[in-house]
Design a protein. Structure first.
Length: 260
């Protein structure tokens, strides 16, 4: 229904909506908007390990760059500055944080709620495989909306499972390289025995370096995808990794879970 007009010297000019018509418009918009409810999705261990892994990757990449290519030169004897030793120590400590966080997150795949479990990463059910295809067609712009999922969408979950393979590869190669140069009395020297299985020290170092670049590339894509899904789904995707809560239209599964 067109807006009422008034005729003047300049022609037909739309009249401003009356308060009553504006109220009806706002009411109809409110009725058309689906009601969203807040649901607890990401448990505390998931959020803590997420941020510890993210921070560790940043620190490990920065210190790893320096270890591979020392760009800070300090005059005098090394014992008075000990730059490389300090950087290696920071790298080692954050490697411990990274390793424990990854192993804790893997353990939580078997202990956590349904949204953090292993079958959210590997699409073993027919429904997850169906939604994986639907999500892929959304990403290549064949659909305007992604399938409705409360936790990880199936495509993201499958990608994360590959990321965990990269995590474990970084851990194994890192332990092997550390074991090669560990103190003769350190029990960490046993990990040096992994080097022959990795093709030698140089190959292990190359794999370790390549994995770092793959993880940094994934981090860029991960932030973009999270922003995209937050903008499209409008369920608080970006906020949820801080609060644990996502917003969505209630479904029978959600209601049943809330009761249990």
């Amino acid at each position: 229904m067109s807006a009422p007009t008034a005729t003047g010297p300049a022609g037909s000019v739309p009249l401003a909506p009356t308060p009553a018509s504006a109220g009806r418009t706002a009411a109809s918009a409110t009725q058309a908007r689906p009601a969203l409810r807040r649901y607890y999705t990401w448990q505390l261990p998931v959020r803590i390990t997420h941020w510890l892994i993210a921070i560790s990757i940043v620190v490990l990449s920065a210190t790893g760059f320096y270890i591979g290519n020392p760009f800070i030169v300090v005059p005098g004897e090394a014992r008075y500055s000990f730059v490389m030793g300090t950087v290696k120590a920071v790298h080692s400590y954050f490697a411990i944080v990274f390793t424990l966080s990854v192993l804790s997150r893997i353990l939580w795949m078997f202990l956590g709620n349904r949204y953090s479990r292993w079958d959210q990463f590997i699409p073993v059910s027919r429904e997850r495989r169906k939604k994986l295809v639907e999500t892929f067609t959304f990403y290549i712009f064949l659909h305007t909306k992604p399938p409705d999922t409360r936790g990880h969408n199936p495509l993201a979950g499958l990608a994360y499972s590959l990321v965990f393979v990269l995590y474990l590869t970084a851990i194994v190669t890192g332990l092997a390289l550390y074991g090669m140069s560990a103190h003769v009395d350190s029990w960490m020297r046993i990990f040096g025995g992994l080097l022959p299985w990795l093709g030698g020290a140089q190959t292990a170092r190359w794999i370790h370096h390549a994995v770092m670049w793959l993880l940094l590339g994934f981090a860029v894509h991960h932030v973009y995808s999270a922003w995209l899904m937050a903008a499209v789904e409008k369920t608080g995707t970006m906020d949820s990794i801080f609060s644990g809560y996502k917003f969505r239209e209630p479904t029978p599964e959600d209601e049943e879970e809330e009761k249990s």
